[in-house]
Structure formats: C-alpha cells, structure tokens
Design a binder for this molecule. Structure first.
Ligand SMILES: NC(=O)c1ccc[n+]([C@@H]2O[C@H](COP(=O)([O-])OP(=O)(O)OC[C@H]3O[C@@H](n4cnc5c(N)ncnc54)[C@H](OP(=O)(O)O)[C@@H]3O)[C@@H](O)[C@H]2O)c1
Length: 234
C-alpha cells in the first residue's frame, strides 16, 4: 500500500485520481481548500476503511503547505501529485484588449498556485519523498510547450511553462537522491476547467496519469509526458 498525496483532490482530475488510487488499494492523502465542503471526498473517506484522509491546503498560502507537512510527520510519500490549477485570469489576446493591474494580480496568484506552490509542497515533503524514494508528478498542459501554436492564455501558459522548467531542474537535482520528478499533459479533459466538450473523461485522464507514474523511473525522470504515456514535445 503506497502513500499518495494529491492536491486539487475535491473535483476534476484530482478527484478522479483519488478514486483511482483508492480503488487500487493505496493510502491517499487528499488535499483541498475546503475539506468540509468536499462531499464526494468525505463520502469516499467514510467507505474506504481508513484509506483516505482529507487535509486543508491553499496552494497560494505557504503556511498551509507547511501545515500539511506537519500533519504527515514522518510518513513516507511514494507519490506526490501536484494537480491543483486555475486558468489564472483572462484568456484574451493583447491584439484585442488591454491588461490591467487586476489582471496582473491574477497572474501573480496563478504563479503562486501553479508554479511556486508545487515547489513549496515538494520542498515541504522532501524528507517524506526521500524516505520512500518517491515520485513527484506535476500536472501541466500542452499549452506549456513551445510547439503550442496559439497565443493568448498568457498567465496560464507562462505559469505552466515555468513549472515544467522548474520540475526539470528538480528532477536533475534529486536524481542522485532517488526521487523521480516529471510533468504531464493530462489530455483535454471534461472538468469544470476543460468543459463538457473536452475530449476525454476525468477517469480516462486519471488512469493514464497513474499508468505514467507507475512506469516513471530515474532514467525517464525530468520528462514531459502526455496522459497516454507518450513523450510530449517541449
Ligand atoms: N481540464 C483540462 O482539459 C486540462 C488540460 C490541461 C491541463 N489541465 C490541468 O489539470 C489540473 C486539474 O485541472 P481540472 O481540469 O481538474 O480543473 P478543475 O476541475 O477546475 O479543478 C481545479 C482544482 O484545483 C483546485 N484549486 C484551485 N486553486 C487552488 C488553490 N489556491 N489551492 C488549492 N487548490 C486549488 C480546485 O479547488 P477548489 O474547488 O477549491 O477551487 C480544484 O480542486 C490543473 O492543473 C489544470 O491546469 C487541465
């Protein structure tokens, strides 16, 4: 039974990952902003015989990230899944609009949630990851890649491109310690973020992500994957 830590666990891809790992018999620590309001997670927790616990986290709040590390104590962490994400502001093109201070405040928050937050959580849980020789998988997006040929979505694309580079650096730095680090495009997924017309279900995405995590090794650490296991050009 592996110990799995998942952010953004209350809905979308994160919730599907929780269900997948619980069904596989693993011990899941589900992190979300408001555990009291996470009805589906609470339901799973009551029926999964101690396999699932809920803890509060706000990825933009370093103190709440450190508090999770306190709660986990010396529990070895086999897999940390950084899933929480937001679009981070308007998706418009500069050709059609002007960005304001409010937009820039949204951008800074997007960096906290999707770039600095995953780093801080990895740092806070590093002793736990080292104890397990664990794996860190951060959910990114195809929009992070230089091969994505559309404009707009400035905050989202920039924060995800940044976290890709950041996770590659961590993969290099932690390789000798036995910790694998990688990023993944989860597909275009039917969630609140992806919308109902997206290409795959959260369950399909989660199954693909879990498969990639299972197969991740120190040799492939640092890669940017697609949810189907292929390498994503970057
Ligand atoms: N859906 C897609 O097609 C798609 C494509 C490419 C990449 N992705 C990436 O996949 C990941 C999951 O996306 P999704 O589609 O599942 O999105 P979603 O359904 O909108 O869920 C987003 C999750 O992130 C959490 N979150 C947002 N801000 C947070 C914060 N400050 N602290 C902690 N948690 C926070 C949300 O919690 P609350 O309920 O509290 O807001 C929610 O659990 C994201 O990183 C996204 O960028 C998605």
């Amino acid at each position: 039974m592996a110990n799995i830590v998942i952010t953004g666990a209350n809905r979308g891809i994160g919730l599907a990952l929780v269900k997948n790992y619980v069904a596989g018999g693993d011990r899941v620590h589900a992190l979300c902003r408001n555990p009291d309001q996470a009805a589906e997670l609470k339901q799973i927790a009551t029926t999964s015989a101690g396999q699932l616990t809920l803890h509060p986290i706000d990825m933009a709040d370093g103190q709440s990230i450190d508090a999770v590390a306190q709660i986990l104590g010396d529990t070895p962490v086999d897999v940390l899944l950084n899933v929480a994400g937001i679009i981070g502001g308007r998706i418009d093109s500069l050709a059609n609009t002007t960005f304001t201070e409010d937009d820039f405040a949204d951008w800074r928050n997007a960096f906290e949630v999707m770039t600095i937050g995953p780093f801080r959580l990895t740092q806070a849980l590093l002793p736990n990851l080292l104890a397990a020789k664990g794996k860190v998988m951060t959910v990114s997006t195809q929009i992070a890649a230089s091969t994505w040929d559309r404009g707009g979505m400035y905050a989202y694309g920039a924060t995800k491109a940044a976290v890709n580079r950041l996770m590659l650096s961590l993969a290099i730095d932690l390789k000798a310690k036995g910790v694998c680090v990688a990023t993944i495009h989860p597909g275009y997924v039917q969630t609140d973020m992806g919308g109902p017309n997206a290409e795959i279900t959260p369950q399909e995405s989660a199954a693909g992500i879990k498969n990639v995590v299972d197969k991740l090794t120190l040799e492939t650490s640092g890669s940017f994957f697609k949810w189907n296991g292929e390498l994503h050009p970057w």
